[in-house]
Design a binder for this molecule. Structure first.
Ligand SMILES: O=P(O)(O)OC[C@@H](O)[C@@H](O)c1c[nH]c2ccccc12
Length: 270
């Protein structure tokens, strides 16, 4: 493996080792036992689709390695409420500080401000992080197939189930898709961005979705910047959307969400 992803993963392993030395698994377990149960993440997406609405996972990230600073003055609670009012089905919150500029309590602040379930967006390399995700209040974890060995993917998926969390299994090519489909469950995410090169195109989703067995719910992730992308993805049958940058750079993230996904008569007729 090469490129940015490899660097992030190496740093992440070191970070996990430091954290584990400070807060042991038993402490995390105690925190989990004293905390609230998870909100159903997959269930919330399914409810949106049942109502004939796109299931939008609205993301918060202050910065990214590919785009630099996006929103340094992010107010997670205010944006969470704005996303909820605008009709988002769920939140995604970046929790990586080194590359994405996350603050330690971003996820907790966002979740406490609304009733939406929350995806912890980070780079999972160790079962410790699954317990940690649950302890910080996440309802769903991201498992990036490109970042994990076959055994690692199975182990982290099993851990997410054991902790009562939903899992979003992220793929970028046919080989990764095959590995994701071999798992007993999980939400399927097609990342339009290549995490090794940052090349981003919604054609990734349009190509790969052809290889997904019918009945599997697919979330298209990244590079959904305008109404044209949404229109093309909807036309291909997509119902799940994960959007970050387009909202983060907007003056009013909630208004941008509503505008991006509102149905207009002129389009349905043509
Ligand atoms: O900001 P965008 O292009 O709308 O993308 C959102 C989300 O898909 C992206 O942040 C993402 C997808 N997979 C990831 C894995 C790690 C970090 C970030 C991501």
């Amino acid at each position: 493996m090469n490129g940015v992803l490899a660097r992030i993963l190496a740093d992440k392993r070191a970070e996990v080792a430091r954290k584990r030395a400070r807060i042991g698994l038993a402490d995390l377990e105690a925190r989990i036992a004293g905390g609230a149960p998870p909100r159903g993440f997959a269930a919330s997406l399914a409810r949106a689709v049942e109502r004939g609405r796109p299931a939008v996972i609205a993301e918060m990230k202050r910065a990214s390695p590919s785009r630099g600073m996006l929103r340094s003055d992010l107010d997670p609670a205010a944006v969470a409420r704005a996303y909820e009012r605008a009709g988002a089905a769920a939140l995604s919150v970046l929790t990586d500080a080194g590359y994405f500029g996350a603050h330690a309590d971003d996820l907790a602040h966002a979740r406490a401000a609304c009733a939406l379930p929350v995806l912890r967006k980070d780079f999972m390399v160790d079962g410790y992080q699954i317990a940690e995700s649950r302890a910080m209040g996440a309802d769903c974890v991201l498992l990036i197939v490109a970042a994990l060995s076959p055994e690692g993917l199975e182990e982290l998926y099993a851990a997410s189930q054991a902790y009562g969390l939903d899992a979003l299994i992220e793929v970028h090519d046919a080989n990764e898709l095959e590995r994701a489909l071999a798992l007993p469950g999980g939400l399927l995410g097609i990342n339009n961005r290549d995490l090794r090169t940052f090349v981003t195109t919604i054609d990734r989703t349009l190509e790969l979705v052809e290889c997904v067995p019918p009945g599997r719910f697919v979330i298209t992730e990244s590079g959904i910047l305008g109404r044209d992308e949404v229109r093309r993805l909807k036309a291909a049958g997509l119902r799940g959307f994960l959007v970050g940058e387009a909202f983060m750079v907007a003056a009013d993230p909630g208004a941008r969400l509503a505008e991006l996904f509102e149905e207009r008569v002129d389009e349905s007729s043509g």
